[in-house]
Design a protein around this ligand. Structure first.
Ligand SMILES: *Cc1c(COP(=O)(O)O)cnc(C)c1O
Length: 425
């Protein structure tokens, strides 16, 4: 469900024609829908309304300050994975007591920043990190609340690059190692065990891996409670999938129902969830302009190939190149008729991996047409880069009949701002 719809053949973001935004801001541009973000958050949050829970939006999915502010107004917490994300979350007004800090490589400086800010808990991913956490806590004279991220060895059946809960993945600690670490931490007055955590992967389209992970987590949680540890939080991470094309992910209500069933005998526990993609993914599009259309004619056995060359590349949206991800692409102004061409939609970057779509059936587009790349609200702009010295795209937030530039398009000056040519070189 999202608010990007065609009216009289023109794509609208809520009440605003996309063309109007593009004419004011240029391309490529990311456009987010405030109503969609709010709706996704509410549907997700309300699905858990009958149990103690905290939704910590995963900042890495889309970390624009305006997006974070909007979600913070909805009551969201934040799941962060760096000091930079802590800075953003706090700046956007997310209360520290609703922030959890995940990630395998937290530096002592990042730990110190988060502990000073007073976050809810650290999701610790190694024994070395637990030691670092204790050191920093002693230094600050402030005990550190933590959960250990368990690697439950559950197959999320998703793309290998976004699968995180298997033994071979770098994330978390095996249950038996985590158990020992918790018991040892009891002797450390600067370590405060408050929960257990896991996150098994992203873009999951089935419920059973979540349930399996939750069962493992719950067994460890109960075992630790028996040992007298004062745990309160069960953090199941994020990962609920969305519709990009033909997927059929479970709706949040169904996901919630399955988890709540597992938790019915744990009334004193607060469930923490870290959704990212399911909140932001379908709340954003990337709009790009067609620059050229060209064809390579067939040669011998090899069929011909059509290319639609657009002004957005893998530096703007890396998901197709990086994960072989599918994004629906359609013209901003519908092209009447049944005719289609089969083409690769490619960017200007000097890499053969620079494509937004391959062998895609499209209406016959022409230079100057605008194309919308759907489902680009999560892992879109945040993964963009300046490769090929391309200024990063602008970001726009639509709210009803209004739209706001929430990040300006970068300039050439921005590209070199931090660089210096040594004197006399
Ligand atoms: C990326 C990530 C999430 C969010 O995943 P989605 O698939 O976007 O919901 C949640 N928790 C952790 C620890 C993550 O790394």
């Amino acid at each position: 469900m999202h608010y990007f719809q065609y009216r009289q053949g023109e794509l609208h973001a809520e009440e605003v024609p996309v063309r109007k935004i593009v004419e004011a801001v240029g391309t490529p541009v990311y456009i987010y829908s405030a109503a969609t973000l709010r709706r996704h958050f509410r549907v997700f949050d309300e699905a858990f309304s009958d149990i103690p829970h905290l939704v910590c939006y995963s900042v890495k999915a889309n970390s624009n300050l305006a997006v974070l502010r909007l979600l913070s107004r909805e009551g969201s917490g934040a799941d962060i994975v760096s000091g930079g994300e802590l800075y953003r979350a706090l700046k956007a007004g997310i209360p520290p007591e609703r922030i959890v800090f995940s990630g395998v490589g937290k530096t002592e400086q990042e730990i110190e920043e988060a502990l000073s800010a007073g976050i809810l808990m650290f999701n610790v991913e190694s024994l070395g990190e637990l030691e670092a956490l204790s050191r920093v806590a002693q230094r600050l004279g402030k005990p550190a609340p933590f959960a250990i991220r368990v690697n439950p060895d559950v197959d999320p059946r998703t793309h290998p690059y976004i699968s995180t809960g298997l033994k071979k993945n770098k994330f978390g600690l095996p249950e038996e190692v985590a158990l020992k670490a918790y018991l040892k931490a009891r002797e450390d007055p600067f370590l405060q065990p408050v929960g257990v955590d896991c996150h098994i992967g992203s873009q999951l389209t089935e419920i059973s891996p979540f349930v399996e992970a939750l069962r493992r987590l719950k067994a460890l949680y109960l075992r630790l409670k028996e040992e007298g540890l004062p745990l309160r939080y069960l953090d199941l991470g994020g990962g609920l999938g969305i519709v990009y094309g033909e997927e059929e992910p479970p709706p949040p209500e169904e996901y919630a129902r399955a988890l709540k069933e597992e938790l019915s005998d744990l009334p004193e526990t607060t469930l923490i969830l870290e959704p990212g993609r399911v909140i932001a993914g379908n709340a954003g599009i990337l709009v790009t302009r067609v620059l050229y259309v060209k064809s390579h004619p067939p040669k011998g056995e090899e069929p011909g190939r059509n290319f639609v060359i657009v002004d957005a590349g893998m530096n703007d949206l890396i998901r197709p190149a990086f994960y072989q991800a599918y994004h629906r692409i359609a013209p901003v102004r519908e092209i009447p008729g049944e005719e289609t061409i089969r083409a690769d939609v490619v960017g200007p970057i000097c890499e053969s991996g620079d494509f937004l779509a391959r062998e895609r059936n499209l209406p016959p587009v022409s230079p100057g047409d605008y194309l919308a790349v759907f489902s680009a609200g999560a892992y879109g702009f945040v993964m963009s880069s300046n490769y090929n010295s391309r200024p990063r795209a602008a970001e726009v937030l639509v709210d009803g009949e209004r739209f706001f530039v929430v990040r300006k398009r970068e300039t050439y000056e921005d590209l070199v701002r931090l660089e210096e040519i040594p004197e006399g070189l």
